[in-house]
Design a protein around this ligand. Structure first.
Ligand SMILES: [Ca+2]
Ligand SMILES: [Ca+2]
Length: 624
């Protein structure tokens, strides 16, 4: 039995308001001798060992411990040197995965400039002075036997969570790695190489914990950006993971009947009641600006509204304008609206999550916790925002008395992804509407425990929808993404029955479509995916039917008043049956990517849908 999707809705979304950068920065000059310039660039093993031998025990450190660390260090340096078959250790820029910058963030200021932030990575440089050398044994000794935390984690060179003798190995292995700074590099196409945009010396870094960089520069939208460590000779180390800058295109012709209240004129708008389509303007100001807000005009208010004016009248000093939804094709005859936007998960970009009509905010560390009752159900929501990913745990519980009831748990995470849209209008008609959600990478476990629900199915209908929203502007056009997880549960378990069932899944997919206003073509692909069956236990004296799953992530796209993509999601459903008469037990799993369109905004009444991919797996056939 496979039940239909019911209306249990959980949701999450994200807020940021970013505009594109413009213009490339000046060509950089790689400075020579920044950072570790005062350090020798090469050293013989005997010089290094002599320096180590002469190093005095740091204050507060046990003499015998320090000497033990020194001898371990000396021994590993000797081994490394022998393997290298050279008498000299020569400085090189940081290489290897452990030195790759993976936490770069781009803050777009909307004025053509961006600020890049990232953390210093030079494994073994425990005193963070730019070079891995003898001196780095001192902080290791001072923090010896501490658990790694924000104040010392870079001294945990092997990353096992503790600072101890094991951390001598990465120190010796990376000996004389030198990071004099980073280059910021850009590319139109990461496969064809990068160009240096700027050079940032290590001395620009600050912070009480791991050193942190913040560097502002001009960068054009749509470019791929990465940072690369370099030594004082300018030689590059391992490149950081590249990220794409958001890009927005708004190039349109307004129709003659349209009045645009642009960004600079928003102070003329005294009140906007978008729900009731009533807008209050400063009458004199509107006159002075020469804005025609008469009946039958199409009104576009920057970032706020798209209306056909049905009434306009003066009340004191105010001009009251009433409108109704107008199609975008009434306001724009021709042109292109497009964006390539990266969704990231940071507390400052997500001021609120809307749950059951209430605004719930993340704390400073990006954690959202919320619990609320609804009908017979109790919901708990836990969300952690980690910039490049967000993790979620949703629990829905229905209590039917001692030992009876049902609990649905969804735990998972989603990686940062990009959403690209292209809207082309010509002669007041939609020519093209393409959307791609690129690199939708997620994983999750959904589990359900149901005991004795009897004839009272866990039918989770019309539940409140916790939503995180991601609004951004493309020219004057407000776009809102909502990202949510939507559950479906349909359970019928008799009074003496119980069922436990779970599945773990992960995927790495592109969800894309291309619509010419009539037909929709699938341009998405499943990519890699995996599922793993967890528990499937069902038993009862009469038949059991159970179906549950989650659509995650489920992304909705709105433009002005129109939900043009009501859903684009990956759904994971598991369903099972138990028939004691046979007896026969079955369990099936399906992963499916789908999207639906609603083109009201373009005066098209069709609601086409598209299936990106579908995979069905038989988990269990027992008792046949
Ligand atoms: Ca150092
Ligand atoms: Ca360690």
């Amino acid at each position: 039995m496979k039940a239909s999707w019911l209306k249990l809705v959980f949701a999450v979304g994200f807020i940021s308001l970013l505009l594109s950068c413009g213009g490339r920065g000046d060509s950089p000059v790689i400075p020579r001798g920044v950072g570790g310039a005062d350090q020798p660039r090469e050293i013989t093993l005997s010089e290094a060992l002599a320096e180590l031998d002469a190093l005095s025990t740091p204050a507060g450190v046990d003499e015998s411990l320090f000497s033990e660390l020194k001898s371990a260090f000396a021994s590993q340096l000797g081994t490394r040197n022998a393997e290298g078959r050279t008498g000299k250790l020569v400085s090189t820029p940081p290489g290897g995965e452990s030195n790759r910058v993976t936490d770069m963030s781009i803050i777009d200021h909307g004025d053509g400039t961006c600020t890049l932030t990232w953390s210093y990575r030079n494994t073994g440089d425990y005193n963070q002075d730019g070079i891995v050398n003898i001196q780095d044994i001192t902080p290791l000794a001072v923090h010896f036997n501490e658990a790694a935390d924000a104040e010392n984690e870079w001294i945990d060179g092997n990353g096992d969570g503790a600072i101890n003798i094991q951390d001598i190995t990465p120190l010796a292995a990376n000996f004389f790695n030198e990071c004099a700074g980073y280059t910021i590099e850009s590319s139109d196409n990461p496969d064809s190489g990068f160009t240096v945009e700027a050079t940032v010396p290590r001395s620009e870094a600050s912070g009480s914990g791991r050193l942190h960089f913040e560097h502002a520069l001009s960068l054009a939208g749509g470019l791929w950006i990465r940072v690369v460590p370099m030594d004082s000779g300018g030689a590059p180390g391992i490149p950081g993971s590249p990220q794409k800058l958001d890009e927005f295109t708004f190039d349109v012709t307004w129709t003659d009947e349209t009045t645009l209240v642009d960004e600079d004129q928003l102070d003329l708008l005294l009140d906007a009641d978008t729900e009731n389509h009533i807008y209050t303007f400063d009458a004199q100001g509107v006159d002075a600006a020469g804005l025609d807000l008469s009946v039958d005009r199409v009104l576009v208010i920057h970032g706020i509204a798209l209306e056909r004016i049905v009434d306009a009248y003066q009340e004191g000093d105010n001009l009251i304008v009433e409108g109704e939804n107008a199609p975008l094709t009434d306001a724009i005859s021709d042109g292109t609206i497009a964006w390539d936007y990266g969704v990231s998960y940071t507390a400052d970009k997500i001021p609120a999550m809307i749950i059951d009509g209430k605004r719930v905010t993340a704390d400073e560390s990006g954690v959202i916790d919320f619990e609320f009752p609804w009908d017979d159900y109790t919901y708990t929501i836990h969300v952690e925002l980690n910039d490049t990913s967000a993790s979620f745990k949703f629990t829905v519980k229905k209590d039917l008395g001692p030992g009876l009831g049902a609990e649905l748990v969804m735990e998972g995470s989603i990686q940062r992804f990009r959403i690209k849209d292209l809207i082309e209008l010509e002669g007041r008609q939609l020519q093209q509407f393409d959307q791609t959600m690129e690199k939708v990478v997620g994983e999750g476990t959904v589990s359900l425990v149901a005991a004795a629900t009897g004839r009272d199915p866990i039918s989770l209908v019309d539940l409140p929808a916790p939503l995180l929203e991601v609004p951004f502007l493309v020219g004057p056009v407000p776009v809102v993404l909502t990202i949510e997880a939507r559950f479906v549960v349909d359970v019928l378990v008799p009074a003496d029955g119980s069922s436990r069932i779970s599945v773990t899944f992960n995927y790495d997919s592109d969800l894309g479509f291309s619509c010419d206003g009539v037909n929709v073509e699938n341009t998405g692909s499943l990519g890699s995916y995996n599922y793993e069956e967890g528990v499937t236990e069902t038993g009862a004296s009469s038949a059991v039917g159970i179906s549950f799953g989650v659509a995650f992530p489920r992304v909705e796209l709105s433009i002005f008043w129109g939900r043009v993509v009501p859903y684009a999601h990956i759904q994971n459903v598991i369903w099972g049956t138990w028939d004691p008469a046979a007896p026969c037990q079955t369990a099936d799993y399906e992963m499916r990517g789908v999207a639906g369109l609603n083109l009201d905004l373009f005066l098209i009444s069709a609601t086409p849908s598209v299936e990106f991919f579908k995979q069905t797996e038989k988990l269990l056939r027992a008792g046949d």
